[in-house]
Design a protein around this ligand. Structure first.
Ligand SMILES: [Zn+2]
Length: 400
């Protein structure tokens, strides 16, 4: 099972880029208009997207807040501004960006609960038009997003630590947060998505120089679902998962590097705010991995985690002690628990590292300073090497 997952992951990563030229969205010939009377509440809406050719697409609606998701394959949306769509002012928000493997995503926040009445890609002549009819529905008729149980069922089998891998290669999954249509936190023309990607690339290089194999959940400006970030690490059997962020919090609440480890019962207010924002931005399907409603899965996951959690804690300690030693500014509570979805792997030690907070002037200046980044990269490399020694010792004991 694990082999199959790995082969699948490899095949997917090797699949060639779209050979065809990307299709273009003709924004000037596209629109979002009211398509009938609003008898009560919100009006029916009609979305038309004119494309240079027909492409595969998927559409669906998710809740909290209600959003229409339109996925298009092989369409390049770069250079087009969502706000320029005719009728963009009818809805609270429109965003778009590229995703993995040639898919782009359009996210339209709707003014209330809707359902998709019809969707079709009409062709004729050299162009194609995606036509979508949206009908308002009452709150009680609104179909809820998939449940946490369904999400858990899709997880690959836990990696077997003891089923000794062919080689003892040590392998890290770096996860630069956000990306694509999700820029993450923003301040002074900087986006969290870009800052953490830059940092992750530099960290990857430094680790590779030390002989560590590194994979990344994304290495360009594309969106990856939170659950996918975690399952990619599990499918590949990573030894350690590090999610990199530089979030924003209201003034005075956060400055300095902070390491988060999994703790669903954590009650830190700032941490809860951060978790809620990340889950809300995980637009792919509104999946909520935050609450268990499947007792069996929860028990199995907890069982695996009793082994993993102390190893995550150990890495968090390595990180903070190295940071303190190297004079990196730390948050006044440098290690905290939080229920970040990406930390949910029951079998892979995982941390989420806030390198600093983009909303803090000092932290932001640090993130933009190549010298500071180099220092932080060194700190993380040293922490990884130290932690790796502990792990090697632990495995030796297990094998006895
Ligand atoms: Zn973030």
């Amino acid at each position: 099972m694990r082999c199959l997952a790995l082969i699948f992951a490899l095949l997917m990563s090797l699949s060639p880029a779209m050979a065809q030229e990307p299709a273009r969205l003709d924004l000037g010939a596209s629109s979002l208009v009211q398509s009938g009377r609003a008898w009560w509440g919100d009006p029916p809406l009609d979305l038309r997207l004119t494309l240079s050719r027909a492409v595969p697409f998927r559409t669906y609606i998710v809740g909290d807040p209600v959003r229409l998701i339109v996925d298009l394959q092989g369409v390049d949306l770069r250079g087009e501004k969502p706000g320029d769509l005719f009728g963009a002012d009818r809805v609270p928000d429109i965003r778009w960006g590229s995703q993995r493997r040639g898919w782009s995503r359009i996210v339209i926040e709707l003014p209330g609960p809707y359902r998709i009445d019809s969707s079709a890609m009409k062709t004729g002549g050299p162009r194609a038009e995606l036509q979508l009819a949206l009908k308002p529905v009452g709150q009680k008729d609104f179909a809820p997003p998939p449940s946490a149980t369904a999400a858990l069922r899709n997880l690959p089998d836990p990696a077997q630590v003891d089923a000794a891998p062919v080689d003892e290669e040590f392998f890290i999954m770096l996860d630069p947060g956000h990306g694509g249509f999700d820029p993450g936190a923003q301040a002074q023309d900087q986006t969290e998505a870009n800052l953490v990607l830059t940092f992750a690339m530099e960290l990857r290089k430094a680790l590779q120089d030390r002989g560590v194999t590194v994979m990344m959940t994304r290495d360009d400006d594309s969106f990856v679902q939170l659950e996918q970030r975690m399952t990619a690490a599990r499918a590949a059997g990573a030894d350690l998962f590090i999610s990199l962020h530089a979030d924003a919090l209201p003034q005075g609440q956060a400055a300095g590097a902070t390491v988060y480890i999994w703790n669903p019962k954590a009650d830190g207010r700032a941490a809860q705010q951060l978790v809620a924002r990340h889950d809300a931005d995980d637009l792919i399907s509104g999946l909520d991995l935050g609450g268990y409603d499947d007792a069996l899965s929860a028990t199995l996951m907890d069982f695996a985690r009793t082994d993993t959690q102390p190893r995550s804690e150990n890495f968090a300690k390595w990180l903070t002690s190295r940071m303190a030693l190297m004079g990196i500014g730390l948050h006044n509570r440098p290690v905290q628990g939080a229920a970040f979805s990406v930390l949910k792997s029951p079998d892979i030690p995982s941390v989420l590292l806030e390198l600093g907070f983009i909303s803090d002037d000092n932290d932001r200046a640090n993130l933009l300073n190549p010298l500071w980044r180099q220092r932080m990269v060194n700190v993380i490399c040293e922490a990884i090497m130290g932690w790796k020694q502990d792990e090697t010792a632990r495995r030796a004991v297990l094998r006895r």
